[in-house]
Design a protein around this ligand. Structure first.
Ligand code: ADP
Ligand code: ZN
Ligand code: ZN
Length: 742
């Protein structure tokens, strides 16, 4: 018997099969999906490879497989092949997501018991590391092996590296010394669930609305069907998930529920444990050590765990007999992977649900425009919950016009109203959350007199201020104009650059209220050592008056004593150079509003903005999704953005800019001539907004059009042609509708 294998490599030209003989003694064990070791080329150590086909004969003279390490199912291999084509990556990149973490199946008796441990993290961007592995900057096989392992398992222990890669501590140390890895000391708290008795809960009697939605899904529980469960926060979506899963489990099937990484808190997990017990549930997320993920994965494989709750990559959990997939907060951007493979978990989930003949439920209070659109044209069935299940009321939302504040002589970050409300809250010993959405790298400019912001003439997207060149640029089409110092609308000279952040806000609060306690939560305070969960815990339990943070603070937490929420600069998400600016603004403000008044006391929300008339802010105030959707849909249709077209980004990066630009131009010419892309708008190569990172130049080609099979084929064969040219020092990747356009 002959196995067709794919070598586990990010080298693009190895994205093809090689034949190997299956030794007699392994014939019964090697299946499509096996992870094996094979001798390859003249390498000293064997290479990892995956079996993707089995046949009787080979036309080549073949070597033998050395050893088998792990098995996947042929369904998983099919999925990996599909993903590789869909997301323009190597089959092996996709297979990696489906393998048992760690995968060298040694007995793991010793659970982490130390109080303090050292964890190893990559010190460069993953793409950078892969580039260095591919181009031979990393010389030894051992270093490569360790790096690959850490790319897959960031935050692992040195002992785990030793166990799973057969390399010594010395290799890790060398990589640290050379700036590829860093070691961070972390305190390990014992699993909070280990000794905790969680009282079992019984299912609630569903309200009429809930029952209607539940019954509709149950009707299709044995076939593939996609649903949008659209319900305001607190309308009882989670209760429906619980009862659907209960039904699926009683039919002897299994369930996956995806939630955004940041909402994967003990609160939601406890709710599931209270209903189903700890034994049946596996939790998968990035904070677990490799060993722990390894164990969870095996509990799933051994059919002990029947319910998987996890972030994006949990969609690949090896459940047998899948009965339902639920994706909560389906609008969340974390469902799209931004590193290779650049998959969208919602699309992968759909593919899996179809294969397994089970329903897929997308839940949200603020569905993504594209998802709602699908429910409108009948591709997805929409189920609505319009009332809060526990009858608590939504908070009062007030919009403050900052232009007016300025006219009244108030130049601080806090409006009068917000200042007074904070003061009142401090007196009443009630808590406040201040939210400041500072996202991305770029600064935008705005007239403080009239609220004017400079927008691109072709794209209706805010221009970004490029400090060094002194220019305003559109990140979508490359349009640029010189910096303005007077406002073209009102002629005032109050043009300002906005780059205020949470840190500045905290400073200001401390100046104005010196006696109070604050805590800050943003990328800078949430380090690998100090999780967002801990910050939230101390906010809840340690008499802290004000929590200041970026959008991390708005995700589904429950603080009964928070009665005031202030969105300090609602405009900062409005002025990101992204076609989703309105959508993100509406979603965050709606979520922000959901944080106030969740206890007995009534809540108040204050939105500060220079654009009080903007429709996404207006609709958020009225909590009117429908109106928001209609307005935004019309805009997208007119300007040709998703769902009315896809945005395809072909990125080039290299140290050698001349060579790279030449290649980009060749690719552009090639694509321009393809008749399969006739209906697409292929834009000429252009530097990326951030056009140089770590000495590598970055260019890209943007294509607008509705993705289809033919276009997918053209792009794949274009990539293959590039890889055959073997220009090792140029990295080319393709991403469809990326989250982030920098
Ligand atoms: P969502 O997931 O839509 O935010 P939840 O399922 O968390 O909503 O429900 C919000 C609150 O309402 C929770 O405290 C939950 O226990 C309660 N709840 C949900 N469904 C019911 C019901 N049928 N009867 C009574 N209370 C309910
Ligand atoms: Zn102006
Ligand atoms: Zn533009």
């Amino acid at each position: 018997m002959i196995a067709e294998v794919i070598i586990n490599s990010t080298a693009k030209k190895l994205n093809r099969t090689f034949d190997y003989k299956i030794p007699k003694q392994l014939e019964d064990y090697i299946i499509i999906g096996s992870k094996v070791l094979v001798p390859f080329a003249n390498f000293k150590t064997p290479e990892e490879a995956y079996v993707v086909g089995i046949k009787d004969k080979s036309e080549f003279k073949v070597k033998e497989i050395i050893k088998i390490e792990d098995n996947l199912t042929d369904k998983q291999i099919e999925l990996a092949k599909w993903m590789a084509k869909e997301y323009y990556c190597n089959v092996s990149d996709c297979i990696k997501l489906m393998l048992t973490p760690g995968t060298r199946n040694k007995n793991r008796e010793n659970r982490i018991s130390e109080k303090k441990i050292n964890l190893v993290y990559p010190k460069k961007e993953i793409e950078e590391l892969e580039f260095d592995i591919e181009t031979g900057n990393i010389k030894t096989e051992k270093q490569k092996r360790v790096l690959k392992f850490i790319i897959d398992n960031p935050g692992c222990m040195v002992s785990e590296i030793e166990m799973f890669t057969d390399c010594t501590r010395g290799v890790v140390n060398t990589l640290v010394k050379n700036g590829y890895l860093e070691i961070i000391e972390k305190r390990i708290d014992r699993d909070p669930l280990i000794n905790k008795e969680i009282k079992k809960t019984q299912k609630l009697t569903l309200t009429n609305e809930q029952k209607k939605a539940f019954d509709k899904i149950i009707e299709s529980i044995k076939v593939f069907k996609e649903f949008l469960l659209f319900g305001v926060t607190g309308s009882g979506k989670t209760e429906i998930y619980l009862q659907l899963i209960e039904k699926v489990i009683s039919d002897n099937k299994t369930a996956i529920m995806l939630v955004p990484e940041i909402s994967l808190t003990p609160q939601i997990i406890n709710r599931f444990i209270a209903r189903f017990g700890k034994e049946k549930i596996a939790v998968l997320h990035s904070k677990l050590s490799v060993g722990e993920r390894h164990d969870e994965w095996n509990r799933i494989k051994d059919e002990k765990a029947k319910i998987v709750i996890g972030a994006r990559s949990a969609i690949f959990a090896p459940l047998k007999n899948l009965g339902i997939i639920i994706i909560d907060e389906e609008h969340d951007s974390s469902y799209k992977s931004e590193t290779t493979p650049k998959y969208q978990a919602k699309e992968v989930a759909k593919k899996i649900a179809k294969e397994e003949n089970c329903p897929l439920i997308l839940g949200s209070a603020t569905p993504e425009i594209s998802t709602y659109y699908k429910s409108e044209i009948g591709e997805i069935e929409r189920l609505e919950l319009t009332k809060r299940a526990n009858k608590s009321s939504l908070p009062k939302i007030k919009i403050i016009d900052l232009k007016q504040e300025l006219a009244n002589g108030n130049r601080s970050m806090l409006s009068n109203e917000l200042y007074q409300s904070i003061e009142k809250n401090i007196k009443n010993k009630e808590q406040t959350i201040l939210f400041l959405n500072r996202r991305g790298f770029s600064t935008f400019i705005m007239c403080r007199e009239c609220g004017y912001t400079a927008k691109c003439k072709n794209c209706n997207i805010s221009l970004t201020y490029h400090k060094y060149e002194g220019k305003l640029k559109c990140h979508y089409c490359g349009y640029e104009e010189p910096l303005i110092t007077t406002c073209p609308e009102c002629n005032s000279n109050k043009i300002r650059y906005f780059g205020t952040g949470t840190q500045k806000l905290e400073q200001e609060i401390k100046k104005q209220f010196p006696e109070i306690k604050t805590i800050r939560m943003d990328i800078d305070t949430v380090t690998k050592k100090n999780s967002h969960e801990k910050i939230l815990e101390s906010f809840k339990n340690e008499n802290i008056d004000i929590l200041i943070g970026t959008q991390m603070v708005v995700k589904g937490h429950h603080f009964p004593n928070v009665t005031l929420v202030g969105a300090v600069a609602a405009d900062s998400s409005l002025n990101i150079d992204d076609y989703r600016a309105n959508e993100r603004t509406f979603q965050t403000l709606t979520q922000v509003a959901g944080r106030a008044g969740r206890g007995e006391k009534e809540g108040k929300v204050i939105i500060q903005t220079y654009n009080p008339e903007n429709f996404s802010i207006q609709c958020a105030q009225k909590q009117d999704y429908q109106k928001f959707y209609e307005t935004e849909k019309a805009l997208r249709q007119q300007l040709k953005y998703p769902p009315f077209c896809d945005i395809i980004v072909i990125s080039f990066s290299s140290i050698n800019d001349v060579k790279m630009i030449k290649l980009a131009n060749r690719v552009y010419k090639y694509l321009k001539e393809k008749k399969e892309l006739e209906k697409f708008n292929v834009l000429r190569p252009m530097p990326s907004p951030i056009d140089k990172i770590q000495n590598k130049y970055r260019w890209r080609i943007i294509i607008k059009g509705t993705m289809n099979k033919e276009a997918n084929n053209v792009l794949n064969s274009c990539l293959n042609k590039i890889y055959k040219m073997n220009q090792k020092d140029i990295r080319v990747t393709i991403d469809i509708n990326p989250n982030n356009m920098v």
